[in-house]
Write a protein that binds this ligand. Structure first.
Ligand code: HEC
Ligand code: HEC
Length: 213
C-alpha cells in the first residue's frame, strides 16, 4: 500500500521539477536572444525610444541652426551677425581662447548686458565664441553630424551627460532669448527647447539618419 502511494507523488514531483527546469531554460534562451538581437520583437520599447529621441533632436536642431546660436558657432574663425548670419563687421577673430585677438577682444565692444538701441552689441558677462582647439561648429552640419558631435566629449568641451543636460541653461544659451533690439528669437520658447534637449539626451541621444534635413 505504502509503495503504491509514494510512487505517483514521486513521479509527480519529478514532472514538476522537469517543467520548472524547462521553463527556466526557455526564459534564459529568449533573454539571450533579445540581448543579442535588439531588433527582435519584445524590444519595441527600445526602438520607440530611438524614434522619439530623434524627433526631439530635430526640434533641437532648428534652434541650434537659428542665427542666435549659429552666429557664435560658425565654420570659420570670425563670428556671424544678424538674422542673415553675415560675417561680423570689423571681422574680430576667434583667437586661441575664443575671446578675440589683439585689440579686437569681444568684451571691448560687448558689455555685460544689452545696450538699448538697434545695431548695438548684444551683452553678456561671458560673451565669446568656442576656443580654437574645440570650435564646436554648427554652421553647415547636417542633423546627423551635429547630433554625433554634440555628444562626443572630444568635440563638446569634455561634457558628460550631466554637463550636457545643464548646458541647456547656460548663460550664453539663455542670451539667445534676450537678443537685443532688431534680432529675431529662436523658433521656439526656451522652455520647449530645454524639454526637447532633455528628451533627446534622456531617450538615448540617438542621431538622425543621414538623409534627415
Ligand atoms: C556669444 C556666443 C555664443 C552664443 C550666442 C551661443 N553659444 Fe553655444 N557656446 C559658446 C561657447 C563659448 C561655448 C563653449 C563653452 C562651453 O562649452 O561651455 C559654447 C558651447 C555650446 C555647447 C556645448 C558644445 C557641444 O558640442 O555640446 C552647446 C550645446 C551650445 N553651445 C549650444 C548653444 C545654443 C543652443 C545656443 C543658442 C540658443 C548657443 N549655443 C549660443 C558660445 C555661444
Ligand atoms: C569693435 C567692436 C566689436 C568687437 C571687437 C566684437 N563685436 Fe560682436 N558685435 C559688435 C556689434 C556692434 C554688433 C551688433 C551689430 C548689429 O546688430 O548690426 C555685434 C554683434 C555680434 C554678434 C551677433 C549677435 C546675433 O545674435 O546676431 C555676434 C555673434 C558677435 N558679435 C560675436 C562677437 C565675438 C565672438 C567677438 C570676439 C571674437 C566679437 N563679437 C567682437 C561689435 C563688436
Amino acid at each position: 500500500m505504502k509503495q503504491i502511494n509514494t510512487r505517483p507523488s514521486f513521479s509527480k514531483a519529478v514532472l514538476i521539477i522537469t517543467m520548472m527546469i524547462l521553463f527556466l531554460i526557455v526564459n534564459l534562451a529568449s533573454g539571450e536572444l533579445n540581448y543579442h538581437h535588439p531588433d527582435n520583437a519584445g524590444n519595441d520599447e527600445l526602438k520607440k525610444d530611438s524614434v522619439e529621441s530623434v524627433n526631439a533632436f530635430m526640434q533641437v536642431y532648428k534652434v541650434l541652426m537659428s542665427p542666435r546660436c549659429m552666429n557664435c558657432h560658425p565654420s570659420g574663425d570670425i563670428p556671424l551677425q544678424g538674422d542673415d548670419s553675415h560675417i561680423h563687421t570689423m571681422e574680430p577673430k576667434r583667437g586661441t581662447d575664443g575671446k578675440g585677438l589683439y585689440a579686437m577682444k569681444c568684451m571691448n565692444c560687448h558689455q555685460s548686458a544689452n545696450v538699448p538701441g538697434a545695431h548695438t552689441p548684444p551683452g553678456n558677462p561671458n560673451w565669446h565664441m568656442p576656443p580654437a582647439d574645440m570650435k564646436m561648429i554648427f554652421e553647415g552640419r547636417t542633423p546627423r553630424q551635429l547630433a554625433r558631435q554634440l555628444v562626443d566629449p572630444n568635440q563638446n568641451g569634455h561634457k558628460d551627460t550631466k554637463a550636457l543636460l545643464e548646458h541647456a541653461h547656460d548663460g550664453l544659451v539663455l542670451a539667445a532669448w534676450d537678443p537685443g533690439e532688431g534680432r529675431s528669437l529662436p523658433p521656439m520658447s526656451h522652455e520647449d527647447f530645454a524639454k526637447a534637449w532633455n528628451r533627446w539626451i534622456n531617450l538615448g541621444a540617438f542621431a538622425p539618419p543621414a538623409d534627415a534635413k
